[in-house]
Design a protein around this ligand. Structure first.
Ligand code: HEC
Length: 97
């Protein structure tokens, strides 16, 4: 590796480190704010982003219920419904045929 390649590799490494360190920015949509306030009390929003690669909208619905019933996330039904709808619209994969 010559020095030019070394410098380029260093720049890439720094770029990657920043990409990993940056918090995920929420996908804009109705319910975004509620999700941002209700779903980051116990863990970061990374959990939503990580799970967005395989949860369907029905599974998001179940996930929000699970946070309430199993882990004690306290919110009213309409808040939970708005969050589930937001996640279903912006963070869900298509259901398997
Ligand atoms: C009262 C605390 C609390 C709140 C509030 C909360 N969670 Fe969780 N969540 C947890 C715990 C505890 C886990 C399991 C952590 C672990 O396994 O490391 C978890 C895990 C998850 C996971 C990973 C999959 C799983 O089921 O383990 C997702 C996705 C998730 N939460 C989404 C949400 C969403 C969406 C909201 C807002 C509706 C929310 N959480 C609010 C406590 C909470």
């Amino acid at each position: 590796m010559n020095w030019r390649q070394a410098v380029a590799a260093g720049v890439l490494a720094v770029g990657c480190a920043q990409a990993v360190a940056a918090p995920p920015s929420p996908r804009p949509g109705s319910g975004e704010e509620l999700t941002g306030t209700q779903c980051v009390a116990c863990h970061t929003a990374d959990y939503i982003v990580m799970n967005s690669v395989f949860l369907t909208s029905a599974q998001w619905q179940a996930e929000v219920s699970r946070m309430r019933t199993v882990f004690g996330a306290s919110m009213d039904d309409s808040t939970a419904a708005a969050i589930a709808a937001y996640l279903a619209a912006h963070y869900a994969v298509a259901a398997a045929p």
